[in-house]
Design a protein around this ligand. Sequence first.
Ligand code: SF4
Ligand code: SF4
Length: 170
Amino acid sequence: MNDRSPDHDDVPYWKAKSLEEMPPQEWERLCDGCGRCCLNKLEDWDTGEIAWTNVACQLLDGHACRCRQYETRHEVVPDCVGLSPDAVRTLTWLPPSCAYRLIAEGRELYWWHHLVSGDRETVHQAGVSVQDRTVSEVGMELEDYEDHLVEWPGQDVDVAEADRKYEKIP
Ligand code: SF4
Ligand code: SF4
């Protein structure tokens, strides 16, 4: 079965099923591989406000936008947040473009999602992923994180801008 195999009378599984109804394989395939959730965030202790940085988790491959050690990541990064349907609905910092959040909110996946495009590169080609936009947390002092504050991971994607970036791909 390929990523775009239809389900339920030709309705793709991500439209036919709720997050709770997806078996593990379908759940994992729903991730678009953007890597945004693997960036460090700073939280204001008083207000709870989240500020995004472009400082990536030590295990993130900043070009491939993949966890280098996904299956055993908790041995190295114990506080890596595992997503579940409940977590998707309650985490306040999940990026607005995150595929899990889109489905939880009853929205459509964007065209660059590999389940729609059939190509895992389109999330990068549309400039949606963190590809080549991060620095590693390895060796970085906590006080230096403030030099790496960025807003784009917490913003929804400008679709017209993503279209333009994709059209410029030779
Ligand atoms: S933000 Fe969502 S879609 Fe993007 S890598 Fe994280 S879990 Fe996957
Ligand atoms: S451990 Fe892996 S999945 Fe978790 S935040 Fe780091 S790179 Fe992302």
